[in-house]
Write a protein that binds this ligand. Sequence first.
Ligand code: ZN
Length: 496
Amino acid sequence: MARIAVGGFQHETNTFAPIKASFDKFERPDAWPGLCQGERLLSSVDGVHIPITGAVDHFRLSGHDIVPLVWSSATPSAHVQEDAYERIVGMMLADLKAALPVDGVYLDLHGAMVCAHFEDGEGELLRRVRALVGPDIPVSVSLDLHANVTEEMVRYADALDIYRTYPHIDMGETGARAARHLEIFMSTGGRWAKAFRRPDFLVPLNFGCTDIDPAKGLYEKALPRALAGGGTTAAALAMGFPLSDIAAVGPSLVVYGDSQSGVDAVANDFLDALTKEEARFGDRIWQPDEAVAEATRLAAGSSRPVVLADTQDNPGGGGTGDTTGMLRALLAAKTEGAVVGLFNDADSAEKAHRAGVGAQITLQVGGKLNPGDSPVTVEGRVEKLGDGRFVGTGPMWGGANYEMGLCALIDVDGLKVAIASKPEQTGDQSMYRHLGIEPSEMKVIALKSSVHFRADFAPIAEAVLTVAAPGPVYVDTGALDFDHIRPGVRQWPGTD
Ligand SMILES: [Zn+2]
């Protein structure tokens, strides 16, 4: 039986987004638990589909003594403020120091955290953890598929493992894999040789989806090939998070194994396989008006809904959840049988609650958090109210205890406008059911998500159209002004 410290600190930083992550954003629960520490960490994450839960369940089954540190996450946004980072890392290191001696450390990190005071949130955290535990205590880490992996993360962790699905339906499994790596280090006392590689291009967020090629093939064929390489003990592939203006932005891979020459050879082959697919990372992106017209046409001939993914306002990628482009297009087309949202608009939700169910109401919905956007005047009837507390049911958020604040559904001549009080990507059907909407019965669902929604919504959808209404989760990374990207990295795959 070993004594293992476990903790986590997750943030995906869109440096082009308008709002930074302050400490209170990490404190409060959303679809994931709020900041939790000590024994409360274990009860808070229990049954929730996140990496640390997979790791903790694995350690429990193995009979290890688990020492919970701190676990915390915030919805993706712009940089993590210095105060938030230093307070949370300070808690984690103080807990770890108090827990010493430990036999191993497992951390549930994202890998794309950018702080206001430095670029590499996870690399710096791992450097500090390593400095505290010394060179001999193994440290194993699970990362998001959107990690922008750095040399420092690879150096200071003995193993990094990464989700293999986007939508991320394997978070628990990834945590369990990282836990098994730690057990190997603890039982053998050995460490693995490491090889880290990065190609010279970015993968735009929407095209890293592992339900479709080329990402599908890379995870289903190239990764298993690397794992089966002679002497390979572990291998991981990240698509990277392209909306981060940092040197380490972009896809990467890590191969671990018995010998340096062995992992180098496998990593080079793996990098070749990734690089060969560069030009295939792409798909049609629709403008709001044409997307609404196409969705209406497709829905007319089907009993299943057409999903419009308002990807550039995906709160899971740093969107504010309050942009109005899709709402304007749906109102202009007088679209009936459609639901749009969930909007992050606490003010409108509260006004609807004050008015009550059945009341006719005029609201200024959304458009408050991004420069260039403005609220939309919505005149309709309050159809349903909710307290924002419900349990997720889909493949990614099943078991999640949502706390979305006050919620409301406004009916505008058959167009349903769904409003919550926090930004959270619409990735789970429970978010609509909480407001009395059965998604499969709608004609058009205009949700705020880039790819994760596919796990729960694609099975009920006639078609999915990705739409580029204005917002900060830019599909076109080629048009972004990067200042810190590595020289020679192509911002749009297949271009100069
Ligand atoms: Zn991700």
